[in-house]
Ligand binder design. Structure first.
Ligand SMILES: NC(=O)c1ccc[n+]([C@@H]2O[C@H](COP(=O)([O-])OP(=O)(O)OC[C@H]3O[C@@H](n4cnc5c(N)ncnc54)[C@H](OP(=O)(O)O)[C@@H]3O)[C@@H](O)[C@H]2O)c1
Length: 328
């Protein structure tokens, strides 16, 4: 069994690394469903118990694969999915759709994927609390929420987890979010902990991205930005070599050592990457190693925006206040 971490103040224990099933919907090029199912099953057998999906990942396709993979392992899996919008009516329908795709009677963690610009967070979380009451959801999470919205949400119903991007190349949450999640006892689920594959060292130029890969639209993976971001990897690569570990293991070990309240959520589409990522739990980083990485990857160091322009407004969003005009 691997190390575990708690989801929220009183929540379940989960494996210290979580598995993300987004790539099963083809975001990062063609995906192999059978390899994906085997990866999830291998992960659960090895103690990676928090399995993450969302309705928007292939409009139920990723959820269906997760459901298939966990069927014989339901008691050991902690299944998380996400709703795409925040109105109470939408949430009540969306959970039923997700449960149908998954073939489950409840999910362990239900996230609001993005704060809804038109709905006070009190209304969204209030509706999610009704889903808890109804037994369809065990715990509630937010994704990419702004600091004040996290506080308001938590005052409405305990928030078990905030899922937001965090890695060596995306450290803003240390400054903007950790003070709040830590004060409230909210677990920080760090998505894209390998910076969508960049921190594995396997993406050096845009030619390394598969055809029809969404990352091609992300400024950080384009032209001079990509070259600058790859050029920054030297100290990580050198440290990994000194440790006899892979770059990805060191990148994950850095997150794990940043706090017991962090769970890196790695996108894993094939079983062999489960084993590779578990090696991160064996990598020991001391204070000198941590300082070296912190210095090499300061907050704001990545070149280019982390999402295409159209998606930026929904990141770190603050919800409208109750009684404010819709969309305000
Ligand atoms: N809440 C949100 O808005 C949001 C946004 C993005 C992602 N997420 C969640 O976070 C999860 C992870 O994010 P992500 O997939 O964007 O980024 P990531 O975990 O940083 O990177 C995933 C990529 O790295 C590769 N990889 C994983 N382990 C590896 C290893 N040990 N060696 C070499 N390559 C390795 C994967 O390849 P293979 O697929 O071939 O294994 C995949 O191409 C998603 O699946 C999703 O659940 C949430």
């Amino acid at each position: 069994m691997i190390d575990t971490r708690k989801l929220g103040q009183d929540g379940v224990q989960v494996g210290a690394i979580a598995l993300g099933a987004m790539a099963f919907a083809g975001w990062y090029g063609a995906s192999d469903d059978e390899a994906g199912v085997r990866a999830i099953q291998r992960a659960i057998d090895e103690g990676i118990t928090l399995i993450d999906t969302a309705e928007v990942y292939g409009q139920g396709r990723s959820e269906a694969l997760v459901g298939r993979a966990v069927r014989d392992r339901r008691d050991r899996a902690v299944v998380a999915t996400k709703a795409s919008a925040g109105s109470p009516a939408y949430l009540h329908q969306a959970i039923d759709r997700s449960l149908k795709h998954l073939g489950l009677d409840h999910v362990d963690l239900y996230y609001l994927h993005r704060v809804d610009a038109a709905v006070p967070i009190e209304d969204s979380v209030g509706a999610m609390a009704e889903l808890v009451q109804a037994g369809k959801v065990r715990a509630i999470g937010l994704s990419e929420a702004g600091p004040q919205t996290i506080r308001r949400a938590h005052a409405t119903h305990p928030i078990a987890a905030l899922q937001t991007e965090y890695s060596l190349l995306q450290r803003d949450p240390e400054r903007d979010l950790f003070p709040i999640t830590r004060a409230l006892g909210v677990t920080f689920v760090a998505y894209s902990p390998l910076h969508r594959g960049l921190l594995t060292g396997r993406i050096r130029t845009s030619a390394d991205l598969p055809a029809h890969d969404w990352r091609g639209q992300v400024p950080r993976f384009q032209g001079d930005n990509l070259a600058a971001n790859v050029a920054r990897l030297g100290p990580l690569e050198a440290l990994a070599t000194r440790k006899g570990a892979s770059m990805s293991s060191v990148a994950l070990a850095w997150i794990l050592r940043k706090g017991q309240d962090l769970v890196p959520l790695v996108g894993i589409g094939r079983p062999e990457n489960v084993d590779r990522n578990l090696q991160a739990l064996q990598v020991q980083l001391d204070e000198t190693d941590m300082a070296l990485l912190d210095d090499a990857f300061p907050i704001g160091c990545a070149a280019g925006a982390r999402y295409p322009e159209a998606a930026m407004a929904s990141l770190g969003r603050e919800a409208p206040l109750p009684g404010a005009p819709a969309g305000g």
